[in-house]
Ligand binder design. Sequence first.
Ligand code: ADP
Length: 320
Amino acid sequence: MVNDILDFSKLDAGRIELDSHAFDPLAFVTETIELVAGTAKQKGLALTCEVEGELPMAVLADNARVRQVLLNLLGNAIKFSEVGQINVKLTYRPEAGGVLGVAVSDRGIGIPCDRVDRLFRRFSQVDGSNTRKYGGSGLGLAISKALVELMGGEIGVESREGEGSTFGFTVAAPSVKPSQSEPFGAQLPKDTPGAAARILLVDDVAMMRELVRLMLLPSGYEITEASNGAEAVGVALSAPFDLILMDLQMPGMDGQAATRAIRAASDLNGKTPIVALSANVLPIHIADCLEAGMNDHIRKPISPDELLTKVARWSGANEV
Ligand code: ADP
């Protein structure tokens, strides 16, 4: 797994191409916040959104990448907070062609000032005990920084240990006529070249989700994560996906049970391809997966080649 991460990290941000769309920044951010509202609620955290000054009705930027960065910051804010509210503040500066600013504030554990500099480096976590308590790989902020810089912006943090943190980023986002804007989520049909396929990634091991996310990153997929079978079923009932990647062994509801539940109960994803992520590749295990309603499997430890080929094939992004 470590080798895979290292190999993959060599691909680096230079391989990513931006795909800009016109979108309504406020609607977009509100709907992105909605995606994590359930997780925040489970921890008793309120999520709020405020706008400082005026926002254009529509801006031009790579909304999938902006969302990826925002989801990373929101995910961290939720992960590292036990109390209080998480606020997303939006700003817009028309100078320099138009710059959208997004700041995520939490009242969580905060970061000691001598550690702040290192956060945006790969594999950086504040300390080992946090790793054990909170999970994660220390890659999210490094990826966010690379993406933000690619989008002509900056990312930074202000934090006080024990009091909370504000992570903020900017992206170049010229304002455009509202009529040019697409509603959030109204992506191109999935078989149109360039459309971002929506993937639900289900695994109880946060490191494994991070690894898969990292391997898929350059291909521009929109990834939503769930950390157990029950959560996956909940997410699958509320939003359509082009592909579900499903771990098999998970505490509580396992991958097969979650697949049966999605096949039986989800109008939105009843027919969505479901591909197992599994270390078990004996014919009997594969037969089990098929019987549960899955379409294929990807071996663990995950090889980037197999993952990318099968994800492209099953998400309809590319007939391989
Ligand atoms: P991960 O969350 O997977 O560890 P990130 O790169 O997203 O990786 O974050 C790196 C580290 O920065 C985290 O492990 C944590 O120590 C610290 N961190 C990030 N966001 C916050 C936050 N909102 N509050 C406190 N610490 C944070």
